[in-house]
Design a protein around this ligand. Structure first.
Ligand code: SME
Length: 153
């Protein structure tokens, strides 16, 4: 299977599992688990959600991988940059990204995708990290953005 085909499959699996589920935590946890299972190169896969009590800060949500940091202010690291810009960011080499937050020094590249609620407000970001350099491309961007669009009730 090509990478694009794997994304189509995993998106269908996620939709089937979360159909009718109203808990956003359950929906994020399902997406994180199935994505992490589908792609061996995904070393850390998970969500940082906008803290409703402090809307300029992300707090860690459901994830698969090694220990992630708990909070990331908007503008800090790749996740914070994605939250501030509200656009997908692909980083081929985290060591040259200014302000990258090294939760695990094995991470070499990453992609962070914004998740919007039904009103179009930022709800969370999906962070996927890899131990390979330049692991992510436009196919990952398209696949992950489509999955993120399907997550909110
Ligand atoms: N990679 C992120 C930090 C979060 S962890 O790696 C799980 C960043 O720089 O935004």
């Amino acid at each position: 299977m090509t990478k694009a085909e794997i994304y189509i499959n995993v998106a269908a699996q996620i939709s089937a599992v979360i159909e009718g589920e109203t808990s956003i935590t359950a929906r994020y946890a399902t997406a994180g688990c199935l994505l992490s299972e589908a792609f061996e190169a995904f070393f850390w896969t998970g969500f940082y959600v906008v803290d409703p009590l402090k809307p300029t800060e992300l707090v860690v949500g459901p994830y698969q991988g090694t220990l992630g940091c708990l909070r990331i202010p908007f503008g800090k690291g790749v996740c914070g940059a994605c939250a501030a810009r509200e656009t997908t960011i692909i980083v081929e080499d985290v060591h040259v990204f200014p302000g990258h937050i090294a939760c695990d020094s094995r991470t070499k590249s990453e992609i962070v995708v914004p998740v919007f609620d039904k009103k179009g407000n930022l709800a969370a970001v999906l962070d996927v990290d890899s131990t390979q350099l330049a692991c992510f491309d436009d196919i990952d961007k398209a696949g992950l953005e489509a999955i993120c669009k399907s997550l909110l009730v």
